[in-house]
Design a protein around this ligand. Structure first.
Ligand code: FES
Ligand code: FES
Length: 156
C-alpha cells in the first residue's frame, strides 16, 4: 500500500502497512531519525512529533491515521541548519547529554512556548510531564526555558 504523508511541509510517499507506527515511517522510511523509539508505549515522549501543531507520541500513531495531517518532526522546525532559540538555550544549559529525550522535549516545548511565551516554573514542569529525561534531573531544562524569558527582558 502507498500512503502520502505531509511531513515537514512536503508530501512524502510511504510504501508499507498502514498500521506501521509513524515513528518507524519517519526513521526507517524517510531517514528522519530525530524522533527516537524508546518505550514504544506512549510513556517517554522521545518519539514526540507535532501533528496539526499538537505534540503527540509518534509510536502510537499508525501511518494510516497520519494521512491528511500536517506532521512536523524535529528536522522540520526552525531554519535549515540553524538551532531555534529553544534549542540554543537547552544546549547552553548542557541539557543535551545522551540526547535521547532532546528531540521530543523540543517538540513538546516549542508549541507550548508559542502559546505561553512567559511560563512559570510550574507551568514548564506541567508541560514536560510526558517527556522523560534520564540524565538531567529536569532542573536544567526548566532553567534553560526560563533563561529565554530573561534574555527577552534584557533585550527589551
Ligand atoms: S517511544 Fe513513543 S512515547 Fe516512548
Ligand atoms: S539527555 Fe539523556 S535522557 Fe535526556
Amino acid at each position: 500500500m502507498t500512503l502520502y504523508l505531509n511531513i515537514n511541509g512536503e508530501d512524502r510517499a510511504f510504501h508499507g502497512d498502514a498500521m506501521t507506527p509513524l515513528v518507524d515511517v519517519l526513521r526507517e522510511g524517510m531517514l528522519l531519525t530525530g524522533a527516537k523509539a524508546v518505550c514504544r508505549e506512549g510513556f517517554c515522549g522521545a518519539c514526540t512529533v507535532q501533528v496539526d501543531g499538537i505534540p503527540m507520541p509518534s509510536c502510537l500513531l499508525p501511518a494510516g491515521l497520519a494521512v491528511g495531517r500536517a506532521i512536523v518532526s524535529i528536522e522540520g522546525i526552525g531554519e535549515e541548519g540553524e538551532l531555534t532559540p529553544l534549542q540554543r538555550a537547552l544546549e547552553d544549559h548542557d541539557v543535551v547529554q545522551c540526547g535521547m529525550c532532546f528531540p521530543g522535549m523540543v517538540m513538546t516545548l516549542t508549541p507550548f512556548l508559542a502559546a505561553n511565551p512567559n511560563p512559570s516554573r510550574d507551568e514548564i514542569k506541567q508541560a514536560m510531564v510526558g517527556n522523560i529525561c534520564r540524565c538531567t534531573g529536569y532542573e536544567r531544562i526548566i532553567d534553560a526555558v526560563l533563561s529565554m524569558q530573561a534574555q527577552k527582558e534584557t533585550a527589551a
